[in-house]
Unconditional design. Sequence first.
Length: 163
Amino acid sequence: MRIGIYPGSFDPVTLGHLDIIIRSARLVDQLIIGVLKNSSKSPLFTVEERVEFLKQVTLDIPNVTIESYHGLLVDFAQEKNANIIVRGLRAITDFEYELQLAQTNHKLNPNVDTMFLTTNVEYAYLSSSTVREIANYGGKIEQFVPSCIVQSVYDKYNKIRSV
Ligand code: ADP
């Protein structure tokens, strides 16, 4: 049984993430999306919110489950009996960081390999931070994130502004 983990911050999930989820779910028997809890960045959305968004957008993909994790990714992978880590590569700028991460994870646990999917060109420029920036200034994000979470992103900024 091939169990893969797709880890990330997903703050919030974008159409670029969703594309990687759909494509990698076809390559493994079970795909666990691991939402990082103790990111050094201070996230816009709580881990519970990020998990909930991912649950909504993957409702119709039967072999995908969502979980949060903290600590080392290789430990989470081991706990889940996963030996594949899925990562998306957008541009050459992602490569150096991702290579270092993949090699470190492999050193920490030689049973775990990282599988890279190159981004769909349509989403090559897209990141969660771009989405946050646009939404913060009231711009349109409909073409960047799954439709079911658009309003939640705007609501979050409205809530921040009202305190
Ligand atoms: P992290 O904080 O770990 O980089 P992200 O949530 O930003 O988490 O991204 C998780 C994974 O999704 C990473 O492998 C990243 O390269 C990939 N990714 C992010 N945006 C896109 C995109 N637009 N297309 C393809 N992959 C993407």
